[in-house]
Design a protein around this ligand. Structure first.
Ligand code: FES
Length: 98
């Protein structure tokens, strides 16, 4: 079935691209843009995006990598795991007793 008529991309092409990306990098986040790039194409009108994404979701290889699951919940619980700098790096907040 053709999913994107502008670029003549079928559901088989989408599943093939997802399988290829997942086997080459098990930890990658797969997006519609990456699928287009993997197929060497670019979206034109964007009218297919809803069907494109729903076709992607039918793939069992689309799931978020295990290492990245639960990061949002872990960050919102205030357990201190974040990538920001500590506030103590500011010179104005450091002790002047050196
Ligand atoms: S139908 Fe897919 S970009 Fe136009």
């Amino acid at each position: 079935m053709i999913v994107c008529s502008c670029q003549t991309i079928s559901d088989t092409d989408i599943h093939f691209a997802i399988n290829w990306m997942r086997s080459s990098d098990p930890e990658t986040i797969i997006t519609p843009g990456k699928v287009y790039r993997a197929l060497g194409k670019k979206p034109e009108c964007g009218g297919c995006m809803k069907l494109f994404v729903s076709t992607m979701r039918k793939s069992d290889k689309l799931e978020v990598p295990a290492i990245l699951r639960g990061m949002k919940e872990a960050g919102s619980q205030g357990n201190g795991h974040h990538e920001r700098r500590q506030k103590s790096h500011r010179i104005s907040q450091q002790s002047t007793a050196r």
